[in-house]
Design a protein around this ligand. Sequence first.
Ligand code: NAD
Length: 359
Amino acid sequence: MTRKIAVLPGDGIGPEVIAEAVRVLEATGRTFELENALVGGAAYDDGGHPLPAATLDLCRAADAVLLGAVGGPQYDHIQPPELRPEVGALLPLRRELNLYANVRPAKTMRPLLSASPLKNHRGAMDLVVVRELTGGIYFSQPRERRNDGKTAVDTCIYHRHEIVRIAQHAFKIARTRRHEITSVDKANVLETSRLWRETLDEMAAENRDVKVTHMLVDNCAMQLVRDPSQFDVILTENMFGDILSDEASMITGSLGLLPSASLSDAKGGKVFGLYEPVHGAAPDIAGQGRANPIAAILSVALMLRYSFEDDEMADRIEAAVEHALDAGLRTADVFEKGTRLVSTSEFGSAVCFKLAAGA
Ligand code: NAD
């Protein structure tokens, strides 16, 4: 089976962390066809557009996409704004590749428990946020500033089919875990949330192997801080997911730890996805070998799990990361007394070594 991966390192620390992710892919011993392309500021500098047609074509022809991060202060004032890396590359990539399901696992790793701001929480957190990514208030029309300049309008629309397709991803993921979905909405106020809840109830009746419960978003924000270990899969719409996934991710200790997958429909039996660390281009530490490559490496594990159905290798990569941490190796963001400070590439080498040693 060919596994064609489009590799888009991007800007800032993107190329540094993606280099380690690629080394880990190579250390798996599996066969992949990798092809690099420019995206973001790097692509703008090269040819005047943050998402060149050739890059988009490469992504469309691939089975999966591995992305670093885009952006940086030197690109913040490009005119028109549609040529800025995030607006001109990230959003069109999501739209053009129909990446409607954003999946963010957030797990406290045992060796890093003390890095969590919730040091005393009762159990280790191991949850996945499944966020609808291409609908809701971020995309619905009209969105406007009225002529009087004093009134602004955003609109939130959800269609049943959008709810069904994201929920199907959540059911699939729940079946690989503890079979529980917490569906998060604001059904006491919003009509879109009531449709969301009704649709989930119908689907729950047809999928009784997964336990579905509902939670209001304000309660969920509070419960995440009170006891994050109570959640397995959190399924929610676009804006609630944006906020809750950042909250959940920070509980693990560092942005540098968190992978994500943005998934589309299956293509030839395989789920097409774009895999990227949750963090951005981190210009403050770029080029210094200080970036934590864990988020990028774990993004590769997600790629193997979701797009290539290779759970065995995904588990081995995750175990190799945990072994490197167990050995006391830490990049600067999670360094503490008694551990050994290593660079981005030293941490990557340790993961490759553990993987090759059968960790
Ligand atoms: P950021 O995630 O880049 O950085 C926030 C903080 O976390 C910084 O202090 C940074 O040093 C630290 N950090 C992030 N990743 C790290 C890692 N792997 N290891 C160690 N420390 C890490 O967010 P920001 O500073 O708000 O944004 C910087 C640029 O990145 C902006 O141009 C922004 O638009 C862009 N951005 C891109 C994406 C993306 O490509 N998906 C996401 C967020 C931000």
